[in-house]
Design a protein around this ligand. Structure first.
Ligand SMILES: Cc1cc2nc3c(=O)[nH]c(=O)nc-3n(C[C@H](O)[C@H](O)[C@H](O)COP(=O)(O)OP(=O)(O)OC[C@H]3O[C@@H](n4cnc5c(N)ncnc54)[C@H](O)[C@@H]3O)c2cc1C
Length: 263
C-alpha cells in the first residue's frame, strides 16, 4: 500500500491571524508550523504501517505552498513519512479552496496512492473541504471526520463522528480520508528523526511538472474572492461582584443570570 498524507504549513497557533488588506490574502509573516490537525493524519498512516494488516511500502507527505513550506514537510518526515513532495509555484499563490484542491489532486495523481489521508481542517483557512475537492478530482470515494480506521485488504472499515453519533462505513480503496483529531494521539518525533529529516528525499515540483492547467489556479483564477474583513467586536468589560456578604453576592449573581434569562 502507498499512502499520501497532505500536510500544510500554517501560522503558529500563538500568532494572531490576519488578512493583509493590500492583497486580500492571509498574512503569513511570523512563526509557522505544521498544521496540528495534519499530525493526526501522519500518525494514522504510521499506525496502519505498524498494524501489520497490510504492508505499507511508502508514506509520502505532500504540500502545496511557498518555499518556507518545506519545513512542514521536514516535520512530517520526522514524524514518519518516508519522503515528500513540495508543489510550489508562484502561479498557485492566492488559490481558493477549489483551485488548491485541484492542484493538490494533480500532484497526488502522479503518485498513484492507494490511500490519501488529510487533517480535518487547516488551522488558518479552516475550510474543512480540501478532502472532498481532492477526492472529486481523483475520482475516489471520500470520508470526513474519521476517528477509527481498520484496514481490510482492499477496503477500510471506518467510524466517523457525526452530530447525531457515529457512522460505521466501509470504503473501497483507493480513497481519500480526512481524519478527526480524536482518531489518535500523535507521537513526538525523536531527535534522531528530526536530525535525519532533511536527508530524506524531497521532490520539488512546479505546476507544469504535474500537469496543472494554470488558468485554473491562483488568486485571479479563483472563483472565491476576498472582499472585506472586520475585526471582531471588542469584548465588553465584565462585572465584578465583591464577596463581602456571601448571601448578598449569591442574590446578585442569581439576579444577574435571571435578567439575562440564563436560569
Ligand atoms: C481570506 C483568505 C485569504 C487566504 N489567502 C491565502 C494566501 O494568500 N495564500 C495561501 O496559501 N492560502 C490562503 N488562504 C487559504 C487558502 O484559501 C486555503 O489554504 C485553501 O483554500 C485550502 O483551505 P484550507 O486550508 O482551509 O483547507 P481545509 O479544507 O480546512 O484543510 C483540510 C486539510 O487539507 C489539507 N490541506 C489544505 N491545504 C493544503 C495545502 N496547501 N497543502 C497540503 N495540504 C493541504 C491539510 O491536510 C488540511 O488538514 C486564504 C484563505 C482565506 C479564507
Amino acid at each position: 500500500m502507498k499512502i499520501c498524507v497532505l500536510v500544510k504549513e500554517v501560522p503558529d497557533a500563538a500568532v494572531e491571524k490576519r488578512i493583509d488588506p493590500s492583497t486580500g490574502r492571509m498574512d503569513r509573516s511570523g512563526e509557522k508550523n505544521l498544521n496540528p490537525y495534519d499530525t493526526h493524519a501522519i500518525e494514522a498512516a504510521m499506525q496502519i504501517r505498524e498494524g501489520g494488516v497490510v504492508s505499507v511500502e511508502e508514506i509520502v507527505a505532500v504540500t502545496m505552498g511557498p518555499e518556507s513550506a518545506v519545513r512542514a514537510l521536514h516535520k512530517a518526515v520526522s514524524l514518519g513519512a518516508d519522503r515528500s513532495v513540495h508543489l510550489s509555484d508562484q502561479a498557485l499563490a492566492g488559490s481558493d479552496v477549489a483551485a488548491t484542491g485541484y492542484a493538490l489532486a494533480k500532484a497526488i495523481d502522479r503518485e498513484s496512492p492507494d490511500l490519501v489521508l488529510l487533517g480535518q481542517q487547516s488551522d488558518d483557512g479552516e475550510c474543512y473541504t480540501i478532502g472532498a475537492v481532492v477526492a472529486e478530482h481523483l475520482g475516489m470515494p471520500s470520508l470526513t471526520q474519521v476517528i477509527k480506521m481498520d484496514v481490510e485488504s482492499d477496503a477500510l472499515r471506518c467510524e466517523r463522528q457525526a452530530e447525531y453519533g457515529y457512522d460505521t462505513v466501509q470504503i473501497q480503496l483507493p480513497a481519500v480520508i480526512s481524519v478527526g483529531d480524536a482518531i489518535n494521539e500523535p507521537r513526538y518525533p525523536s531527535l534522531k528523526a528530526i536530525m535525519g529529516a532533511k536527508k530524506k528525499p524531497l521532490d520539488t515540483v512546479a505546476s507544469g511538472d504535474v500537469g496543472i492547467d494554470t488558468s485554473k489556479v491562483g488568486g485571479d483564477n479563483s472563483a472565491a474572492q476576498w472582499i472585506a474583513a472586520k475585526a471582531p467586536p471588542a469584548k465588553a468589560a465584565g462585572e465584578i461582584i465583591e464577596d463581602e456578604d456571601t448571601a448578598e453576592t449569591v442574590e446578585k449573581i442569581v439576579a444577574w443570570l435571571d435578567e439575562r434569562k440564563l436560569i
